[in-house]
Design a protein around this ligand. Structure first.
Ligand code: ADP
Length: 319
């Protein structure tokens, strides 16, 4: 393989730039030419390519977002769209592609690999919800953003003896809520993966108050219900007053943490090595603190990596 390309796709995550930098630098180090594709798969279809040099990715390791920009492409979901993308890649002499994104982007990469363009996938999403890897790029940074907010909310919750409900991102995945709840010392954590009962939440709040607890923090993942909805339920069913804080898109931005920069560098470099070996349809990830690569199909198999032990611990410590 002599020429590869790199794109970022789907939801953005802090650390994507560090991954782009790693792909470009490692590719050039290995003697490959590397093209940047702008606007994800849509840019692939439209031929938005630019040759990247060592200097093109200077001064980006610390920047949030993605210099290649991201997009969602409905056209790429059609075979016709993907065939256009293949034509563009062939036209530019590109033999392999590194896709940096979430599981939707990985599906696109699998489809493209089946059309003869070997793809390697670098997991980047704040949700940490990709099968086969313990950590995705962006999760650590988002977690630290959430913790920073919870700490601040805790100050005011303590001063005014209030109960706060903090809504964090996570439509189907509760990692961010769980880790933030554990690290932020939340009293109750509500996650899409685990059933919750409003009476149990009320019981916990009341038993805390009974022991003289003056404030409480409840973390709710957006996929469970909106924080305002939960506040309404607590008011209606037990006359409990709460204050709501929805963290929203601040969780997606910001300078990546040191950890995200390091794993982005490791994942990006490995993705290039795999392509250089002529392999495609591969996802990069981490297992037991080791960088691994595995068949992209595994990402879509039904097996939950849900950390039951961590969830149980969060409950034990928040009594
Ligand atoms: P993420 O990568 O963050 O999960 P999306 O789910 O929006 O984000 O996926 C990003 C893009 O990947 C989509 O806009 C689409 O172009 C492409 N994609 C997603 N699923 C498929 C699929 N089944 N086939 C082909 N392309 C897909």
């Amino acid at each position: 393989m002599k020429k590869i390309a790199v794109l970022t796709s789907g939801g953005d995550a802090p650390g994507m730039n560090a991954a782009v930098r790693a792909v470009v630098r490692k590719a050039i180090y290995e003697g490959l030419e590397v093209m940047g594709v702008y606007n994800g798969y849509q840019g692939l279809i439209e031929g938005k390519f630019e040759q990247l040099q060592l200097g093109s990715v200077g001064d980006i390791i610390q920047r949030g977002g993605t210099i290649l920009r991201s997009a969602r492409s409905a056209e790429f979901r059609t075979l016709e769209g993907r065939e256009k993308a293949v034509q563009q890649l062939k036209l530019h002499g590109i033999e392999g592609l590194v896709v940096i994104g979430g599981d939707g982007s990985f599906r696109g990469a699998l489809e493209l690999t089946m059309l003869g363009i070997p793809c390697t996938c670098v997991p980047a999403t704040i949700d940490n919800d990709i099968n086969g890897t313990e950590f995705t790029i962006g999760f650590d940074t988002a977690l630290n953003t959430v913790i920073d907010s919870i700490d601040k909310i805790r100050d005011t919750a303590t001063s005014h003896e209030r109960t706060f409900i903090v809504e964090v991102m996570g439509r189907d995945a509760g990692d961010l809520a769980l880790w933030a709840g554990l690290a932020g010392g939340a009293e109750t954590i509500l996650l899409p993966e685990e059933k919750y009962e409003v009476p149990t939440i009320i019981e916990r709040l009341k038993s805390g108050t009974g022991r003289g607890k003056k404030h409480s923090i409840i973390i709710v993942a957006e996929g469970v219900m909106p924080a305002a909805g939960l506040a309404e339920l607590l008011k209606q069913e037990a006359n409990i007053e709460t204050h709501v804080s929805v963290l929203g898109h601040i969780q997606r931005g910001g300078s990546p943490s040191a950890r995200d920069r390091v794993i982005a560098s490791q994942y990006g470099a490995r993705a290039v090595e795999i392509l250089k070996e002529g392999r495609g349809g591969i996802a990069i990830g981490m297992k037991n603190h080791t960088i691994v690569d595995y068949d992209l199909q595994e990402v879509f198999e039904e097996n939950s990596d849900w950390d039951l032990e961590l969830y149980a611990l969060s409950k034990e410590l928040s009594i």
